[in-house]
Ligand binder design. Structure first.
Ligand code: GLN
Ligand code: ZN
Length: 821
């Protein structure tokens, strides 16, 4: 476990040596130990000390795993109790007042407890004593709106990390805000790793990326102006990290792969001049794309090294090698940190060879980005098809691939490494020709797709009339997004069925009983368009993936989505088709229980694509269209079975948006086309819904309208209804349900707040096109708060309806007057 075992093999001269490192390892644990511990702590089943012990154990395990594989520099700072951006916010003292301990104390006993943190006080805070205003529960309050200690208050916004399905807590910024080192977790964990014998490289997010990812909580300023206030806190942090004995620090600036406004781009040089530290070498890490016109900025930074993503942007490698100054190291991210395919070692080697011959020991090898986005350990999979398994690599294997690449560079005759190279070559060959991957029928159907396949029979205005004649919904119809609480009982029966402990008939009876219960509750509450509750689904993507050909699924391939939530993305390895109907029997049964419409519920092609691990051997557009055709059959079958409303969820559509503006139009074109192919096989009378959440939708609102869904239900409440802004400038043409409450929090929303949000919406969207619904599915909630919230939501809809009595289609003007009154 000591660092000595990680040194390059004896006999390798220093000029040839190559350094390996990783940009971060998944923190959840191969068995989701962290998730289980977090949730147990929140429930009150374990103490904070027990939670902390589990975290420590996981960190040690992951450091050891990487060191044993032969990684030279072990990352610290990649562990987080909820989210690494939130950890950094705490580190910098940027915790909203409403979540702070002092705020809660002040509220409780009126004794204003002057916070020791940056925003409140000017007296010096020594680095070693942690800020008494922030503790572990503070972090959980920011993330979840509540924690075992302290009063509930609204959680911070959460949004997707670049174009991944990882969600971070959005930092909140205020005018003239000051920052100060206030939470020492990263420093403590670095010391912990050093004490355990590892050669470490702490990882933090850089100041420009941190600012970029945050959000102003007041309109009167630009968060960029906080940069100078932010840097002293970073200096304190770097000073403290240097004091641990770490020699390198990795500072992530992934915004260097975005189209940056000039002032952001120009600030880089100044920032890194300011952050220079005599005892600490800085590696600036970029990933998820190419540096593009930020290339010179990145190359000119006064730092000791640069990391680039050679998986997403292999074309930049030689240019960077050419232009790198002579004293800097270049870390090449050659192993895909975001996908599960085994590395094509020969291809990577070809790229690395040139770099190695030019850079010598200034070459570092790494995964392309943090392995946070990849599952932990392929070795644990016992049920995967052997061929498919031989084509894959998870985090543990990726770390080994990095070391193999280094070995192949510096020790060309190493037997083990050569065996790995052969295995990799064999996998590449097998994938290119395997009949498990290539399906003639699917390819023929794909080739026959026509533009009309993406077109409903009539325009929306005509369709909605026909739909209303069938559905007869009131003004402000109420609905939910699909899932209802996934109780322990439901999880239990799914597990028993999977293990073969109950047979299919017993399972079906039990799920049916859940549907009966769920429909009855919705009828009692007075919801207008019902759902069956999704009790049969473990996960909205995995469930469909399991029943489509071309998809494989894993037993333990968990990836963190946010906080304690993990997803197990299926693997799209081959051409996709639907052998049998998937949801029809459940939907039909649910509809038989009610006179109200019950929605058929599907996951759309784009979300099926982005929440799966996708093929890297054909364009994503092709895979998307294959899925769309498979799901189109399901949509048509649902209609045939008498289902009048069908929801095709597309929460992932925004995260597929390329990071660079120049690539966006073509993505949106194929994504919209795939959705429309999926949705357009039905009659005008059948109402197609879609649902989206937890993304910035404002910049793709036009494409969302182009989906031409009859109704969209969309998350709005967590960002204070910011989305509604988009409707100032864009006249969304079809029906829309802006989510009226945040389902991530167990707090029961007030009727008034929901009614107010609807009133705000009605100022911008004609009342007859508004729906009333929560932000997202309710599977993570419990029944008592769910029923209480939905009862209030129905009351809010009733309040709105009472405003419009007698006028079912009031003009925009009339609505405005009514609302001002
Ligand atoms: N229908 C899904 C549900 O309610 C949608 C979930 C999502 O948007 N992420 O669970
Ligand atoms: Zn959602």
């Amino acid at each position: 476990m000591t660092s000595h075992s990680m040194k390059p093999t004896k006999g390798i001269s220093m000029t040839q040596s190559v350094t390996t490192h990783s940009l971060g390892f998944p923190r959840i644990g191969a068995d989701r130990e962290l998730k289980k511990a977090q949730e147990a702590y929140w429930r009150g089943d374990i103490s904070q000390a027990e939670l902390e012990a589990i975290g420590r154990e996981l960190r040690l395990k992951h450091w050891k795993l990487q060191a044993d594989a032969g990684i030279d520099l072990i990352p610290t700072g990649d562990f987080a109790w909820y989210d690494q951006v939130l950890t950094l916010s705490a580190t910098l003292g940027n915790i909203p007042l409403r979540h702070r301990k002092s705020h809660i104390v002040a509220k409780a006993d009126h004794a204003i407890h002057e916070g020791c943190c940056a925003a409140h006080s000017s007296h010096a805070q020594s680095v070693s004593s942690a800020c008494t205003d922030i503790d572990l529960d503070t972090l959980f309050r920011v993330a979840r709106g509540r924690a075992p200690s302290g009063a509930a208050s609204s959680a911070s916004d959460m949004t997707k990390w670049f174009d991944t399905n990882y969600h971070y807590l959005v930092p909140e910024f205020h005018p003239n805000q000051e920052f100060k080192l206030s939470w020492t977790q990263i420093i403590d964990e670095t010391k912990e790793a050093i004490a355990a014998g590892y050669t470490v490289k702490p990882v933090i997010i850089g100041p420009l990326t941190y600012l970029w990812l945050g959000k102003e909580k007041s309109e009167i300023f630009d968060r960029f102006d906080l940069l100078d206030n932010l840097l002293p806190a970073y200096q304190q942090l770097l000073q403290a990290l240097a004091a641990t004995g770490a020699q390198w620090v990795q500072i992530d600036e992934p915004i260097l792969v975005l189209d940056l406004p000039a002032k952001w781009q120009q600030a880089f040089e100044r920032v890194y001049h300011t952050l220079k530290h005599p005892a600490l070498k800085i590696l600036v890490a970029t990933y998820f794309g190419s540096l593009g016109e930020n290339l010179s900025t990145a190359l000119n930074l006064p730092v000791a090294g640069l990391h680039i993503d050679a998986v997403r942007a292999p074309e930049q490698v030689l240019t960077v090698v050419d232009r790198l100054s002579a004293h800097k190291v270049l870390s090449i991210g050659a192993v895909d940190g975001r996908n599960i395919w085994r590395n094509d070692l020969q291809k990577s080697l070809n790229l690395l060879h040139t770099a190695h011959s030019r850079l010598g020991n200034r070459l570092w090898v790494a995964p392309s980005c943090s392995l946070l986005h990849s599952p932990v350990d392929l070795d644990r999979e016992t049920k995967l098809d052997a061929d498919i398994k031989s084509w894959l690599a998870f985090a543990k294997q990726k770390v080994q691939e990095v070391v193999t690449l280094k070995t192949l560079l510096v020790e060309t005759q190493n037997r083990d490494a050569l065996v790995q190279l052969q295995l990799s070559n064999a996998a590449v060959l097998a994938r290119s020709s395997s009949p498990k991957i290539h399906n003639q029928k699917v390819q023929a159907r794909l080739a026959a797709v026509k533009p009309e396949d993406a077109q409903r029979d009539s325009a929306f205005s005509r369709r909605i009339e026909k739909q209303q004649a069938v559905l007869k919904l009131p003004l402000f119809p109420t609905t939910t997004i699909g899932s209802f609480p996934q109780t322990d009982f439901i999880r239990q029966i799914r597990k028993e069925f999977k293990k073969g402990e109950i047979n299919a008939t017993e399972y079906e009876q039990k799920i049916r009983a859940e549907i009966v219960d769920c429909i009855a509750r919705q009828e009692r509450i007075g919801i207008d368009v019902l759902v069956h509750g999704e009790a049969e689904r473990n996960d909205m993507v995995e469930y469909f993936g399991e029943q489509l050909d071309g998809y494989a699924f894993t037993q333990y391939g968990w990836v963190q989505s946010y906080g304690s939530r993990c997803v197990k993305p299926p693997i799209i390895y081959g051409d996709v088709s639907r052998p049998f109907p998937i949801t029809v029997a459940w939907a039909k049964y649910a509809q038989s229980l009610s006179d109200k419409p019950v929605k058929g519920m599907l996951t759309g092609p784009i979300t099926m694509l982005f929440w799966s691990f996708v093929r890297d051997d054909q364009p994503r557009a092709t895979t998307a269209l294959q899925i769309a055709l498979a799901l189109r059959d399901e949509v048509v079958d649902l209609e045939r079975a008498g289902i009048k409303v069908i929801q095709i969820d597309e929460p992932a559509i925004r995260e597929g948006l390329p990071l660079r503006i120049k690539d966006r139009a073509s993505y949106l074109e194929w994504a919209v086309f795939a959705f429309r192919v999926c949705a357009s096989g039905v009659k005008d009378e059948t109402q197609i819904h879609t649902h989206m959440c937890y993304s910035e939708f404002n910049d793709i609102i036009k494409a969302i309208a182009d989906l031409d869904a009859d109704v969209i239900t969309i998350e709005t409440s967590r960002s204070d209804g910011d989305l509604l802004q988009a409707f100032e400038n864009f006249n969304y043409p079809n029906d829309i349900g802006p989510g009226v409450y945040d389902i991530h929090s167990p707090n029961v929303p007030e009727v008034e707040s929901m009614a107010n949000l609807l009133k705000r919406a009605a100022r911008k969207i004609p009342a007859e096109r508004l729906w009333v619904n929560p932000d997202c599915g309710l599977k993570t909630r419990r029944w008592p708060e769910t029923e209480a919230a939905l009862e209030r939501m129905v009351q809010a809809a009733k309040i709105l309806r009472s405003h419009y009595q007698g006028s079912t289609t009031p003009s925009k003007q009339a609505v405005a007057e009514l609302l001002e009154a």
